[in-house]
Design a protein around this ligand. Structure first.
Ligand code: NAD
Length: 481
């Protein structure tokens, strides 16, 4: 066990931490494969207690004004700022990402909480033009009720913060299940809200056997909304459960983002920038650029520069100074990376750099570039979520757009060109909810992220993300005199 990693992991139910006396999941350091701590898993009785608490919490929290709620949320953000260094270390230990990236994630989580708390004060309805002078007509926005939220392990703090902050700013209570792989950083997030004075029952945090938790929570009549970030297959599963109960969902699912690079750009600068963004978080990012289509006139030069940049990336333990890319988070991702390379090579792909595991301990994988990739290869059709990237040439804009749109995913898309006309054409034609033209912007507090096609339903972030936790009531009121 590691001294810097908390040994008192628990379940937060009705303002109290529950530990011991339950089955456990052993949390592992992906850089060393050494155990970090034991995480208690919720029983059915725990889940019922969390639901009961969320119901109580909803009555208390929704009765408070948006200004009162915002004050407590701002205090939680301040506590996170004060605890940032120690939480970032814990995040690196359980997730694997470099410490500097963990600090960056904490900053984004804090900004998300602050921005959303403020935005909660602006959940205005509207006053309508009435049909008669005796009538007033308006819409008002009200919280949907207790929310079941499921957050993943790739950005455990900021993705949990997005769900919790939006739900709380809207006046909802939550039962949130973060990923069992990365519990301690999320526990620190919940602790900050508790210490800030958010009433018991407003945030309940459980861990467990994922399918058991989601089945139990979503089926409960207490839960009025479901929010999930993760893979398309699990998203489908949770949508079915929510559909049976006709509950609204927010689904932030997988992506397979294309990048189109035209021949009117500075190849060296753009290739280096693309490689840096691709290998961020070891490629385990839903917005990660996953397929590169490069104009044939600059293709060879682009591949050479991209490969050189990939080879310069320091792979290692995230706590070691100088590390630019940590291990994959878990053995499933390591096996997936190996399988993507094996499948592509079996279909004729060439490995330009990387292609294999680094060492034999820890889930490290080399930053990898593939060329001559067959269109049927799994790396071009399944979400990679690892540091493996195919680069393909194209000849015409129409061909590049058709290839970019040729998958079932529609989360993000990127393009690099110096032509304003072409940029406008791409903005209209690329089938994605998040577009970067000459830009790679990570998700921001005030920007909505939402996928087209199988990449999701609804939005997180921005006013759109807050709206997902509100319902609109139409009110017509007539005077009786
Ligand atoms: P996964 O789909 O098995 O799990 C993703 C998350 O969902 C985990 O936190 C897991 O605990 C949770 N989960 C799994 N089954 C669940 C269930 N029945 N009910 C509720 N929650 C459940 O995938 P994984 O192996 O952890 O990661 C692999 C894939 O997940 C990636 O290829 C990627 O497509 C996707 N993913 C996407 C994001 C994102 O930001 N969109 C984040 C993490 C993972």
């Amino acid at each position: 066990m590691n001294d810097a990693y908390p040994q008192d992991l628990g379940l937060l139910i009705n303002g109290e931490w529950h530990r011991g006396g339950r089955n456990v999941h052993v949390v592992t350091n992906p850089a060393t494969e050494a155990p970090l701590a034991e995480l208690p898993l919720a029983t059915e009785a725990d889940l019922d207690a969390a639901l009961h608490a969320a119901q109580r919490g909803f009555h208390i929290w929704s009765a408070m004004s948006a200004h009162q709620r915002a004050r407590l949320m701002m205090r939680a953000a301040q506590l996170l700022k004060e605890r940032k260094e120690s939480i970032a270390r814990v995040l690196t230990l359980e997730n694997g990402k470099p410490l500097v990236d963990s600090l960056g994630e904490l900053d984004r989580a804090i900004e998300t909480i602050e921005w959303t708390a403020e935005e909660g004060k602006r959940t205005y309805g509207r006053v309508m033009v009435p049909r008669s002078r005796a009538l007033s007509e308006m819409t008002i926005k009200r919280p949907v009720g207790p929310v079941a939220a499921f957050a993943p392990w790739n950005f455990p703090v900021v993705l949990a913060a997005r769900k919790v902050a939006a739900a709380l700013a809207a006046g909802c209570s939550t039962v949130i299940k973060p990923a069992e792989e990365t519990p301690a950083s999320c526990i620190a997030l919940a602790q900050a809200f508790t210490d800030a004075g958010v009433p018991a029952g407003v945030i309940n945090m459980v861990f467990g056997v994922p399918a058991q938790v989601s089945n139990h929570l979503i089926a409960s009549t207490t839960i009025k909304k479901v929010s999930f970030t993760g893979s398309v297959p699990i998203g489908r599963l949770l949508c079915k459960l929510a559909g049976e109960q006709l509950k609204p969902v927010t689904m932030e699912l997988g992506g397979h983002s294309p990048v189109i690079v035209f021949d009117d750009v500075d190849v060296e600068r753009i290739a280096t920038m693309c490689a840096a963004f691709k290998y961020r978080n070891a490629g385990q990012v839903c917005l990660s650029p996953n397929r590169f289509y490069v104009h044939e006139r600059i293709y060879d030069a682009f591949v050479a520069r991209f490969v050189a940049a990939a080879q310069r990336i320091e792979v290692g333990d995230g706590l070691r100074p100088g590390t630019k890319m940590g291990p994959l988070n878990n053995v499933r991702r390591l096996r997936a990376a190996e399988a993507f390379v094996e499948d592509a090579c079996a279909r004729g792909a060439r490995i330009e750099t990387g292609g294999k595991r680094v060492g034999t301990r820890g889930y490290f994988f080399e930053p990898t570039v593939l060329t001559c990739v067959d269109e049927g290869a799994s790396i071009l059709n399944e979400e990679p979520f690892c540091p493996v990237v195919p680069i393909m040439p194209f000849a015409t804009t129409e061909e590049a757009i058709a290839k970019a749109n040729g998958v079932e995913f529609g989360l993000a898309a990127y393009a690099f060109t110096d032509s304003l006309t072409r940029a406008s054409q791409l903005v209209e034609s690329l089938e994605a909810g998040w577009l970067g033209i000459n830009s790679f912007t990570p998700s921001l507090a005030d920007a909505p992220i939402g996928g087209l096609k199988t990449s999701g339903i609804g939005y997180e972030g921005g006013p759109e993300g807050l709206d997902a936790y509100l319902h609109t009531k139409y009110v017509s009121q007539a005077s009786l005199v």
